[in-house]
Write a protein that binds this ligand. Structure first.
Ligand SMILES: C[S@@+](CC[C@H](N)C(=O)[O-])C[C@H]1O[C@@H](n2cnc3c(N)ncnc32)[C@H](O)[C@@H]1O
Length: 218
C-alpha cells in the first residue's frame, strides 16, 4: 500500500515549503490554464478552493474571471500558505480558513457552484481522497462544476512515462521528499452516479504529466 503523509506531516511540510510553492508553475501552469479556460468561472457565484496554497490561482480567478459579486473561499492546512494568500488577496473579499480537508469541510450543504482542487488529491491517501470527493458532492449544488488537477500516470510512453514511474518510486521510498505527491488517476475517484466528466486532458510540460478535468455534479 502507498504510504501518504499524515495531515500533521503535510502541514509541517507545507509550512516550510510555502515560500517555494509558486516555483511549481513549470509543471502546474498548463493544467491550471486549462481549468481556467474550461471552468466557466465567469458564471460562478460561490467558489470553494481546497488546498489554496499561496492564493496564486485565486488571484488569477478573482482578478480576471470571477464576476464581482462572486464569493471565494480558500481552505488550507498550512498557516504560512494562508498568510501568503491573505497578503496576495487583500482587498478582494476572499475568505480564507485554516482546516484539514481530510475531515468534514466547514461549508454548508449545497451552496458551492465551482469547487477547485489543484495538486492536492495527489497527496491524499485513496480513502482520504474518497472522503474529500464525498464532501465535495455534499457542499456542491446540482449542476456545479468540480475542477480538478493533479499529477498523473502517463500512458503515452517516452519521457513522461519514465518520469511518472520515477516520481511514484521516489514517493514510495521517501514521501516527504516529494511533498507526499505522486501520479494518480483522478477520474477513478469520481462515481459516475454523482459526477459527469465533461472534459479532461493530460498535459506534459517538460515531461511531467498532469491530468485536469471538469466534472458536473449531477
Ligand atoms: C502541492 S500544494 C498545491 C497548492 C495549490 N493548490 C497550487 O496548485 O499551487 C498542496 C496544498 O495543499 C495543502 N494541504 C495538504 N494537505 C492538506 C490537508 N490535509 N488539509 C488542507 N490542506 C492541505 C498544503 O498546505 C498546500 O498548500
Amino acid at each position: 500500500m502507498v504510504r501518504t503523509l499524515t495531515s500533521n506531516e503535510a502541514r509541517r511540510y507545507y509550512e516550510r515549503f510555502a515560500l517555494k510553492q509558486d516555483r511549481q508553475g513549470w509543471y502546474e501552469d498548463a493544467a491550471l490554464d486549462w481549468l481556467v479556460a474550461h471552468g466557466d468561472f465567469d458564471q460562478s457565484n460561490n467558489l470553494l478552493e481546497i488546498g489554496c496554497g499561496t492564493g496564486q490561482f485565486a488571484a488569477t480567478l478573482l482578478g480576471r474571471y470571477l464576476p464581482d459579486h462572486a464569493r471565494y473561499t480558500g481552505l488550507d492546512i498550512s498557516a504560512e500558505m494562508l498568510r501568503i494568500s491573505r497578503e496576495r488577496l487583500r482587498g478582494t473579499g476572499a475568505r480564507l480558513l485554516q482546516c484539514d480537508v481530510t475531515l468534514p469541510l466547514p461549508i454548508r450543504d449545497g451552496c458551492v457552484d465551482r469547487l477547485v482542487i489543484a495538486y492536492v488529491m495527489d497527496l491524499l491517501s485513496e480513502s482520504e481522497a474518497r472522503t474529500l470527493i464525498d464532501e465535495a458532492s455534499r457542499v456542491m449544488i446540482s449542476g456545479g462544476l468540480l475542477c480538478l488537477a493533479s499529477l498523473s500516470r502517463s500512458s503515452s510512453g517516452g519521457l513522461a512515462w519514465a518520469l511518472s514511474r520515477l516520481w511514484s518510486m521516489a514517493q514510495r521510498l521517501a514521501p516527504l521528499r516529494v511533498g507526499g505527491c505522486r501520479p494518480i488517476d483522478l477520474a477513478g475517484a469520481l462515481e459516475p452516479e454523482i459526477w459527469h466528466i465533461e472534459k479532461r486532458i493530460t498535459v506534459q510540460p517538460w515531461g511531467v504529466a498532469s491530468e485536469a478535468l471538469i466534472a458536473r455534479r449531477l
